[in-house]
Design a protein around this ligand. Sequence first.
Ligand SMILES: N[C@@H](CCC[C@H](N)C(=O)O)C(=O)O
Length: 278
Amino acid sequence: MADTQTHIDTLEFMKWHGAGNDFVMIDSRGRDAVVTRELAAGLGDRNRGVGFDQLAEIRSSDVADIDLDFWNADGSRAGACGNATRCVARYMMEQTGKDALTIRTSRGVLEARADGDLVAVNMGQPQLIWEEVPLSHDVDLQHLPLDGDPVAVGMGNPHCVFFVDDADAVDVAGIGPGFETDPLFPEATNVEFAEVRSRDEIRMRVWERGTGITLACGSGACATAVAAHQRGLTDKRVRMELDGGWLTLDWREDGVWMTGPTAFVYSGQLTQAFLKGL
Ligand SMILES: N[C@@H](CCC[C@H](N)C(=O)O)C(=O)O
């Protein structure tokens, strides 16, 4: 068991999802951070833990309303998670009565706003320089030297976006892992398969770094909207159908805004036996 858990007897958690992208949230405001790679991987196990696509740990902040850290289901860190950011924003809005919040993540302070039943978050400007994605060397980001002619976009995490005729016909689980670990991406990558239906609508499916197939990926949706606009295929505002629901993406002067649903599923308490067995 990792050192930081040795003093914990039990641990409260919440389960949320945003368009089917599911999360465990741990609220560590007012105490030291508790999540380690071991805890994330153990909790992410859908048979022996709770199961999630990403884990989000909320911490007290000295520059924003909260700080937020993310982990993937395999225990690796994720620099950005748009759908978890929206879910955490909804949780904080319900707690505080505010309808706008600032959230510090590893890529900076993000702004979130209530939009009726939906929550919008500004995911920041895309990273369109090879070192920032990051890639292993300088190539044309809009035409990567890989089969299928994908586009690279950074959104605080790396994305490799393929444009396809029929997203539903793509063998995402068969093709995704090979591109996830392609040497062109030194930190591995998320892999998106996008079918452009019109200037303002895209169908997208995703293979996520560190997690695999998920029903939605918010940062991936942002990266796909940016890539499609850069290729001249869409306008700056698009609706996107993912396997788990719809998101709206709007690439504005101040960043890529993503709007979509959030859902609180349940809360629970991890047992001492589970924590000791990690
Ligand atoms: N589902 C997330 C993105 C998750 C992070 C990703 N797997 C990574 O390691 O970069 C989202 O909604 O953005």
